[in-house]
Design a protein around this ligand. Sequence first.
Ligand code: TXA
Ligand code: MG
Length: 328
Amino acid sequence: MIVPPNRANIARAADLLRAGDVVAFPTETVYGLGADAINAEAVARIFEIKGRPRFDPLIVHAADFDQVRALVTEIPAAAARLAERFWPGPLTIVLPKTDRIPDIVTAGLSTVAVRVPDHPVALDLLRATERPIAAPSANPFGYVSPTCAEHVAEQIGAHVSLILDGGPCRIGIESTIIAFMGGEPALLRPGGVPMEVIEDVVGPTRIVTGGARPLAPGRLPSHYAPRTPLLLVRSAADVVPAHRSGGALLTRAPERDVAGFAHVEVLAADGDLRRAAANLFAALRRLDAGAYTRIFAIEVPERGLGRAIMDRLRRAAGPSDPPSTPGQ
Ligand code: TXA
Ligand code: MG
């Protein structure tokens, strides 16, 4: 049931979480499906509801940096600088865990991914619960993440007793994930905090997002995927007329050459990357519901949030489609 995030409903949600139930709640990135991170059985429910493989660890959400300190054994100086600069915010940091975090949360890894979300409802819920909350995005495994309460209700509403409605997510794309490998920062997932801004704080950062066995185990090549086949193209001109009919074009900014497409979905009228990121997942869902033969997504430059947008589009395209195969 979707409910407004007033005090009574936050208290109810906190009670449910403390009793071992799961609750969906908004964050500034995407909606999360939360459970008490200290309760292994409650966390197991998340995996069941999502159909998520047990090898894919969860992000643990905390109310503040102090709560994080109690969950980890060590915080490298560079990690503390990132936390101080970006929390609350769309940044997840992977740190060595204490025994308080059950193995199911981390899929048996010795590290835990933690973040302090920047959303008043998420923070109120964390404070009311007085526990860290493990929460993946509130979508079935492999599908597009939800950026409003209705998305959650449509897909997993039947399994969740409470969905706190915080309106549409401000960032609309998941958090950036940073790990420290041999003390050096490494980017595991591009997200809401652009890589350039991370590097301003910690210096050169390795990118380890690719590969057949991704270091963030959930980062499979086919992910965030709509059911309609999605192809990446450099521009609308790459799509020949025969492929346009029945197909939908997904573009960051308005395009001139759009004759023949069954539908054109513009992410931001002014091309603004932040707006485009915020609209991306809702647009993919709309297009998926539209029964088009294919979605042709125009590439965006990999700067700032563009890197996270391209990451999601590549994964939506799946492993069989090389990123820049023009208009097939
Ligand atoms: O913005 C977000 O991060 C959202 C909101 C709800 O906070 N959450 C989210 O969770 O995107 P999820 O489960 O969809 O993605 C979590 C990612 C997965 O790719 C997982 O493999 C990675 O984090 N991860 C979790 N723990 C890890 C660890 N100890 N080491 C490396 N990667 C980890
Ligand atoms: Mg997810």
